[in-house]
Design a protein around this ligand. Sequence first.
Ligand code: KIV
Ligand code: ZN
Length: 391
Amino acid sequence: MSAEKIQIFDTTLRDGEQVPGCKLNKKQKLEIAAKLDDLGVDVIEAGFPISSPGDFDAVNAISKLVKNATVCGLTRANKKDIEAAARALEYAVKPRIHTGIGTSDSHIIHKFNSNKEAIIERAVEAVAYAKSFVDDVEFYAEDAGRTDNAYLAKVCEEVIKAGATVLNIPDTTGYCLPYEYGNKIKYLKDNVPGIENVIISCHNHNDLGLATANAVAGAINGARQIECTINGIGERAGNTALEEIVMVFKQHKELNLYTDIDTRMLTELSQFTSETMGMIVQPNKAIVGSNAFAHSSGIHQDGVIKNRETYEIIDPAEVGVNESSIILTARSGRSALAYRLKNIGFEVTKNELDVLYEQFLEVADAKKEVVKEDLERLMYQFNQTVETKFA
Ligand code: KIV
Ligand code: ZN
């Protein structure tokens, strides 16, 4: 069976940009959009046009700029929002309107003071209205993660009839467990008439640290679009991280799923986004954190030096990192010291290494990390001692 494609829907500029402190100006949004287009994402959610004139303007400018990806604008289920999105997207080669409404009891009762039938009516009206402007209409059932499956299936059936091309099933609060979210997607696949004609999309939040796992579960059960952000930024604990989900499919060929992302650009784009948004990437972040390919314990270092795959499942070059790094600390062993010395031009014998290692440990115990300059000093002092001995 040939592998099936997973569409990557990037929402860094919408769900990501909603984060306090991450606000971008128009120029910055355009720079990120251009890089996302080069990266190979299928859809760029460029913003929420009705939310401010600045966001409208940015979505409009991104629509003119982007040549490959579909450009999408978010709306609530009302005419004004949809009209604003349609105007903002007027220059897009491939425009998509993303409209929707909350479907969980909590949203229906507390947010809308409404009932299930009325919510379906609003959803259908919104999709039909969006469809009068563009062919490609994505519907989101906000808080689908906590929505009863039978009702969710009914909502999906009706919006498909109204013309939705993509069904977004957001776990808005990041509540679901992977098996639960996977079963929800399977339930919809098995119970919604017409679902075979649309794409099911996963939009997962990371409140329990499960956003990527839930998106994987969704894809295994038939979803073919995943909504994600660079570095996993997004509301509260964030969204599925683009770099993680893409590498999951690349590493696990048995899933028979692939994306069109040029993974060699991931590290550079992560750093660019982090700097532009002023949002640091935690060092232990999967794939793009500064420690993702760094080894510091003696046992691991020895293994990696003998064969990289002993402790690394990804070749760093695949995500645009030159090489794995061997960090010298008081937990490092002789092979790591010899390796780093060799890298800066010092080949030492076994006996020399024994002596140097004791001196190295003294420095390492006094410092967090032993760096190149420390090694050069160590070698200088070592050579001086040897010269004095034989003078
Ligand atoms: O988390 C969510 O439900 C959303 C929707 C607006 C798609 O971001
Ligand atoms: Zn979201």
